[in-house]
Ligand binder design. Structure first.
Ligand code: HEM
Length: 279
């Protein structure tokens, strides 16, 4: 899946083993790329899944002396069509001649380490391939942030925030305002770091759909929606709470903190719960 290829730069195209037209050209162009850029992962999707069983595909790799590490992927015809059209914005449809049962695009696509498509290039002319190589060089030179680890980092930051909130409350109950202040500022720092890390993860990874069914699904969405609304509310609440504390306006600090504390704790804890329900 797309997730398995995160962290790797890959080049992909849609082909099929019975194809006599564009596919051999695409395969030879891919082979040329493989020689020039061995660090790239090459993935071919079959547009003829009824014929291209895993056995047929591995025989095809052998007969054409293709590199064994290339990935060949197949699915149902509908899955392939939706992947080509919706996923990669490529044309694909039934052909009219028996020797060309399926019409498909001759383009190769470059995908970066974060699963983003960086361009589709025709294999029919030299110009397309030159532009592809240029794009590939640029994408390979980009820094590799381990974004796939970010959701775990986020869960930890939420957990830290919750932890410091509780310890901070214990300190103020024990009449230790200095320690209370330190803990609450640590909670604030954890939540601020979470916000940055969350936005970075969202930018690169998009949102992760929840796959559970039944009652658990209802539970998940109830938690997610309440978490999101209250998370937005926590930002002004926390800022006003800290502001009042710094102005030594402790009576009013205490008044708003009675709201800030439980809402913030709920947001932090449900952040961790959401992580465990998703991953
Ligand atoms: C945004 C983070 C903070 C939260 C959520 C928070 C929360 C609270 C809560 C819930 C109380 C009432 C405790 C009780 O039931 O007795 C309280 C009291 C207090 N907080 Fe904070 N606090 C925060 C930041 C701070 C900071 C930064 C300071 C110091 C500059 C501070 C100083 C105090 C003091 C002195 C009290 C005692 C007020 C009184 O009882 O008159 N707090 N805080």
């Amino acid at each position: 899946t797309r997730k398995d290829l995160l962290g790797r730069v890959w080049v992909t195209g849609f082909v099929f083993t019975r194809c006599a037209g564009a596919c051999p050209v695409m395969m030879s162009k891919m082979y040329g790329l493989h020689k020039a850029f061995p660090q790239v992962t090459y993935v071919a999707f079959s547009v003829d899944p009824a014929h291209d069983t895993p056995e047929v595909l591995s025989a095809y790799v052998k007969n054409n002396s293709l590199p064994a590490e290339w990935l060949f992927a197949t699915g149902t015809y509908d899955q392939m069509q939706s992947l080509a059209k919706d996923g990669f914005k490529l044309s694909m449809g039934p052909g009219s001649r028996p020797e060309e049962p399926i019409i498909h695009s001759d383009r190769l696509i470059v995908i970066d380490r974060y699963g983003r498509q960086r361009g589709s290039f025709t294999t029919a002319d030299m110009d397309g391939m030159a532009r592809l190589e240029e794009t590939l060089k640029r994408v390979l030179a980009e820094p590799s942030i381990p974004v796939t680890k970010l959701p775990t980092v986020n869960a930890f930051l939420n957990g830290f925030a919750g932890f410091w909130l509780i310890v901070g409350l214990i300190f103020i109950k024990a009449k230790k305002p200095g320690a209370h202040k330190a803990c609450m500022l640590a909670a604030l720092a954890s939540s601020a770091a979470f916000l940055v890390s969350y936005l970075t993860a969202h930018h690169f990874l998009g949102s992760t759909p929840y796959r559970g069914q039944g009652a658990l699904r209802t539970v998940y969405f109830t938690i997610l929606i309440s978490h999101t609304i209250l998370a937005a509310l926590v930002v002004p609440l926390a800022l006003v709470t800290v502001y009042r504390a710094f102005r030594a306006d402790f009576a009013r600090h205490r008044a708003i903190a009675t709201w800030t504390f439980p809402i913030w704790l709920y947001v932090s804890v449900t952040g961790v719960v959401i992580y465990f329900m998703l991953y």
